[in-house]
Design a protein around this ligand. Structure first.
Ligand code: PNW
Length: 464
């Protein structure tokens, strides 16, 4: 356990916006890019709403300069993006594709030119398909391939990218991908979820060993877990184990705890968890990214309904129901900024490392563009409420250094396709031009961050 930070000695909060390669780039067959599990998954009928896929996405691969200009126009300090593994190492291991590296080098240089700090995520879910064909994250060799890929990227960009994240939301990659089957690769094998979790953590730890001097973090979608009733305490513990503790405990303590092992006994299997694995995870981060959208409220199922659709994402946990209170966003997630405040304070005490909110935002059913303006007042309210929660958490001694809004522009929202939009910038999918139009929230965010502009970078917020 760490102690509260002195609020008066915290540097000013840095601001940014975030994105991810498969959600924005398009150009899936260009410059030697290999196939990823999201290409495969979204091509299977019934997997993604409306049959959407990332083939075109926002075509950011070809509009790098336009999109950097949009980030710059916000007046933020930093841009968080992810690097597509199959662009850099098309088969997942072995041969490197220099044109893939060239693209990210152009992006990083454009960001630096615009006085924006590049924050790079190495894995935001686009696993090279050949690695999935060889077993995917449930197989140990995938973690080893990940570390090799990371070293290749760092070799080219390590002199300019100052903050790195290994994984984005490994809970989604492991449990939505291999246990619930609602994300790529769409497998529904509970135990494979736990195996994937261990190897994602191992991959992270191997990157740490390969890049001892990098300013390295991991991005977790931690969530406060609030039991709806006293008798849901057990269920809530199982959910907390798989959503939060399976990631934090190895990184902070180098261990899986007993409550987790009860729901995931395979994590005690010495064939899976080899000597030295957990030790290599302990203390492996310089900073921690937190993606926060909503709290989780487990309840005891009333026995009448079907199993809860998210049950599959918590394999081994007792049968659960999840209560979603009002108000909600367009994607059905409860809006509760106090969840973020509590999470930041608790996670600071738990980890003691600098925290960065690497994603926070809302899917809202935006009105159409009228006279060039999308009036997304409800998104503004969401962001405003959560930024206030960040300030309260900092005042309470949580060492929070940065806040990234999700997301720069409307993009491919995974299983929801293009139907659910989180962007500060509207993308007109009906026009061939994919015209970008800043929404009211874009202007609002720019105004909100302006007074702080420059102070963040001067203080070297995200930098080591
Ligand atoms: C995160 N769920 O995804 C990702 O990091 C982003 O790429 C994504 O666009 C954003 O949050 C908004 O969804 C998630 O079903 C997707 O629990 C789905 C879930 C959680 C996070």
């Amino acid at each position: 356990m760490s102690t509260p930070a002195d609020p008066s000695s915290l540097p000013p909060l840095a601001y940014g916006v975030a994105s991810a390669s498969y959600q924005i780039e398009g150009a899936v067959a260009e410059d030697g890019r290999g196939v990823s599990i999201w290409d495969t998954f979204s091509a299977e009928p019934g997997r993604v709403r409306g049959g959407d896929d990332g083939t075109l996405a926002c075509d950011s691969y070809h509009r790098l300069d336009d999109d950097v200009a949009l980030v710059r126009g916000l007046g933020v300090d930093a841009y968080r993006f992810s690097i597509a593994w199959p662009r850099v190492v098309p088969e997942g291991r072995g041969r490197v594709e220099p044109r893939g590296l060239d693209y990210y080098e152009r992006l990083v240089d454009a960001l630096l030119e615009a006085d924006l700090e590049p924050v790079a995520t190495l894995y935001h879910w686009d696993l090279p398909q050949p690695l999935e064909d060889a077993g995917g994250w449930p197989v140990r060799a995938t973690a080893e391939a990940f570390a090799d890929y990371a070293a290749v990227v760092h070799d080219r960009l390590g002199d300019r990218v100052t903050s790195w994240a290994t994984h984005n939301e490994p809970w989604c990659a492991a449990y939505l991908g291999y246990a619930a089957g609602v994300h790529a690769p769409g497998r529904r094998e509970g135990e494979a979820g736990h195996r994937a979790a261990h190897h994602l953590l191992l991959g992270h730890a191997l990157v740490r060993q390969a890049l001892p001097d990098a300013h390295l973090g991991i991005v977790l979608n931690l969530a406060p877990v609030w039991a709806e009733s006293r008798d849901a305490a057990d269920i809530a513990d199982g959910v907390d184990a798989i959503r939060n503790r399976v990631w934090l405990d190895p990184i902070v303590d180098g261990a899986y705890d007993d409550g987790l092992l009860r729901v995931a006994p395979v994590l005690a299997d010495p064939e899976l968890v080899r000597p030295g694995d957990l030790e290599s995870m302990r203390g492996s981060i310089d900073w921690l990214g937190i993606n926060y959208y909503t709290p989780i409220r487990p309840a005891v199922p009333d026995g009448r309904g079907e199993p809860h659709p998210e049950q599959g994402a918590y394999p081994g946990a007792p049968e659960l129901d999840l209560v979603v209170r009002e108000p909600r966003t367009d994607i059905g997630w409860e809006i509760e900024p106090r969840g973020l405040e509590e999470l930041l304070v608790d996670t600071h005490l738990r980890t003691g490392v600098p925290l960065v909110i690497t994603e926070n935002g809302a899917a809202m059913a935006d009105a159409d563009v009228v006279d060039g303006v999308v009036d997304d007042r409800d998104r503004i309210d969401y962001l405003d409420g959560h930024l206030a929660a960040v300030e309260r958490a900092r005042a309470a001694g949580a060492d929070v250094r940065g806040y990234f809004a999700w997301t720069l522009m409307d993009n491919f929202e995974w299983a929801e396709g293009y139907a659910k939009t989180f962007g500060l910038v509207h993308v007109d999918r009906s026009s061939q031009m994919l015209t970008r139009t800043p929404k009211a929230s874009y202007t609002w965010f720019a105004d909100r961050v302006t007074p702080e502009r420059g102070r963040g970078r001067a203080a070297g917020l995200l930098r080591p």
